[in-house]
Design a binder for this molecule. Structure first.
Ligand code: 4AD
Ligand code: MG
Length: 466
């Protein structure tokens, strides 16, 4: 039977006789005459205090089982609590033990465990206050994403996860095959001895998508404004605090938008979803502000209240060059900026988010629109404190001849992208879009400093447990 959650019980309009709560025990303490157990069911940060006193029953047989991690149902009366910081407590009358828990072996102990240790018990870490709060915020943030786009006339579309095209042209793709690679000798071969993927299930070599952009463009050129929000994959061996092999990406794509419109949208979007979480998750965010990042609320105000600095790449290089002594990688015109440079601009120089645009065409992607100077492209990155790049986007090259030249320069086979080129043949219009890494947004909003701790089951180089 579905019962009210602890969140609902704690928000009850008044006391309630005959209330039932189910969940997991956080802690229990006993005094001479009473026992107290903190019961949490994951519905909110707060636990419900269950009070066991003799006049309400003999709990002596079951109390020893009410240890941290045990799953129980407690029936009793919800009454105003004399204790500070909680509106109600549950005066227990009956207790049912669902699943016991050996406190000696239970990996989630009351004393604070390290993030590294908790990653090794990712199946149990959602029972800690911190990871439960993270997951509730993640759910609320996903909801805010859909609300924002829906309220602004965008259609949610689903682009393929199995794809034959490499959107970023960077070759960082996981091959997806139905061929049995453990039977090397039995694999179909071409005359040249290569694996013959035309005999694979999908009839050609396919990969897990790195981005839904290319397919998203075709949908924007029919529906006007669309967005995708789904998993994307990068087979890049980057062992950093901000890279995952699997991450969720939000990718809006808009017909008739130029680069300025794209930047306006990215800024408005980040501000709106951040404000929405600030409003809806004060208690869970409070946990992060107290225990994880003391400057969290100031940082979030910085992101929601400032106008983002719009900085052409060439200007950025002029600002960074005199600082080269402090960087591991030297900056000069033509070089891609690294996270240390991005963070310097945001954290030391402007002290607010920066939108860096018009990068050299060689460091941009093949699909970015070439500027009239012939050297730079209309790409943009939104850089934020602590993380660096949160968004990568651009106005797309909508001229067939220029796109073909750029593909040649990037050594991309135009035949494989025949359908993408078609979009420039039939009713081409200026259009733009961007990709925002959902996990990086989670890092920004919670103050969590490692991307491994903003997903339930992170996928990073060398680790695919669970
Ligand atoms: O800058 P990226 O590679 O851009 C694209 O994929 C474009 N096709 C997006 C578009 O225009 N529709 O990735 C976009 C964003 C980055 O800014 C970053 O936030 C995130 O995706 N990202 C990652 N997040 C976690 N782990 C990784 N390995 C990531 N790679 C990119
Ligand atoms: Mg990028």
């Amino acid at each position: 039977m579905a019962l009210p959650t602890i969140r609902e019980l704690l928000n009850s309009p008044g006391p309630k006789a005959g209330a039932v709560a189910r969940g997991w025990i956080k802690t229990r303490r006993d005094s001479k005459v009473m026992s107290f157990a903190e019961l949490n069911d994951g519905s909110c940060r707060e636990s419900l205090q269950a009070v066991f006193c003799r006049e309400n029953g003999d709990f002596s047989a079951i109390l020893p089982s009410l240890v941290s991690g045990a799953a129980v149902e407690i029936q009793g009366d919800l009454v105003a609590s004399p204790a500070a910081g909680q509106k109600y407590e549950l005066r227990a009358r009956q207790v049912k033990l669902y699943g016991g828990c050996d406190p000696e072996k239970y990996p989630i102990q009351k004393k604070k465990a390290s993030d590294e240790f908790l990653r090794t018990v990712a199946h149990l870490r959602p029972r800690t206050n911190k990871y439960a709060a993270m997951l509730r915020i993640r759910a609320e943030l996903a909801y805010a994403v859909h609300t924002y786009f829906r309220d602004n006339g965008f259609f949610y579309v689903h682009t393929p996860i199995l794809t034959a095209s490499d959107c970023e042209g960077a070759g960082q793709m996981f091959t997806a095959t139905a061929l049995d690679l453990s039977e090397l000798k039995a694999l179909p071969r071409t005359e040249g001895g290569e694996i013959d993927f035309s005999k694979d299930l999908l009839g050609k070599k396919t990969y897990l998508t790195v981005s839904g952009q290319l397919e998203g463009e075709s949908l924007a050129l029919a529906l006007g404004k669309i967005y995708t929000f789904g998993p994307t994959f990068r087979a890049e061996n980057s062992n950093t605090y901000r890279h995952c092999a699997e991450f969720w990406q939000i990718e809006p794509e808009m017909a008739f938008y130029e680069l300025d419109d794209d930047m306006d949208l990215a800024e408005s979007f980040i501000k709106a979803v951040t404000k929405s979480v600030l409003e809806k998750c004060p208690s869970d965010l409070g946990l992060f502000a107290r225990f994880v990042e003391p400057a969290l609320l100031d940082n979030l105000r910085n992101v929601t209240e400032n106008k983002y600095e719009r900085l052409p790449y060439t200007e950025a290089v002029k600002l960074l060059e005199p600082e080269n002594a402090r960087f591991e990688a030297r900056v000069s015109w033509g070089a891609d900026l690294a996270s240390e440079h991005e963070r310097f601009l945001v954290e030391n120089y402007f002290k607010k988010p920066v939108i860096l645009y018009n990068k050299p065409k060689e460091v941009g992607s093949f699909y970015m629109k070439l500027n009239d100077d012939g050297r730079t492209v209309r790409g943009m990155d939104v850089l934020v404190p602590r993380i660096g790049e949160l968004v990568g986007g651009s106005e797309r090259e909508n001229r067939l001849d220029v796109l073909e030249q750029k593909m040649a320069a990037f050594k991309i086979d135009p035949q494989a992208y025949w359908w993408y080129l078609d979009l420039r043949r039939y009713g081409s219009v200026p259009h733009s879009g961007f990709g925002l890494g959902f996990e990086r947004l989670m890092m920004l909003i919670t103050g969590i400093s490692n991307i491994r701790d903003v997903s339930a089951y992170p996928r990073v180089p060398g680790y695919a447990e669970f």
